[in-house]
Ligand binder design. Sequence first.
Ligand SMILES: [Fe+2]
Length: 306
Amino acid sequence: MLEAQLKPRSHIIEDASTLTDVVLDAMSKAPDLRLRQVMASFVRHMHDFAREVRLTEAEFELGLDFLNRIGQATNDCHNEAVLFSDIIGFSTLVCLLNNGQNGATETAAALLGPFWRMHSPQTENGGSILRSPTPGPALFAHCRVTDPEGRPLAGVEVDVWQASPVGLYENQDPDQVDMNLRGKFRTDDEGRFWFRSVKPAGYPVPTHGPAGDLLKAQKRHPFRPAHLHFLAYRPGYKTLITQVFVDDDGHLDSDVVFGVTRALVGDFAEGRGTPPAPDAGAPWYRLDYAFVMEPGEAKLPVPPIR
Ligand SMILES: [Fe+2]
């Protein structure tokens, strides 16, 4: 009896029904408990997935090729893995599970997306994030950062990045200079930061890779409603990664990456009277938005692009 207990389990495979247990046994001695837990669950779900759909060999090959193409389509300027995760709602799921008291309540957080870059230019409050001529309606954003009790948070570093009024980020567009429509601000003693920009436009996510092929096969449009991205960082608070959406965008209720929650729809009010800057012209817009940071760990994500 003792000998049988000590003898390692045979990993010779009998049939499809017993395979999963054998694989789980082979992975059961990983010293890292979290690795053990995550991989055991992953394998169980993957095996059950193949059983449920009766995955064919041709479909298996297609799936492997799809994964390989995700890697091949990724480079310094484009992250296809993030994009694929985004269009199947997985990025938003992970975001919702890890914010708003671990998924229990509505959150001000949203997915990072594939376009955040580190080292955005430090910009004074009231400054512009236009670094090369960028036609479009002027936007004056007035934002505030508080803790959950509504107390202002000073000294928060806030990254802002957005697409231009033609729907392209600077790294996708030869007509924009490096770091156009990107800036890093610091909240003042009242938790405020403010800047000038242009009203962003919605845009299609890149469709040249396997994620785009999937969208086409599913008869889905590739558009995101117009938005501004924010990343707020202050030690002692969970880094807030979020997006604020333009309220009159036609794709607001069909974001291809499932990023829109009700709390993130901004009020982009068309300005009346004299604009805050004499060269703003008409129409111009004003956005007022308040961000709430939860206590927690301040940690920056890995930039999806350089
Ligand atoms: Fe975006």
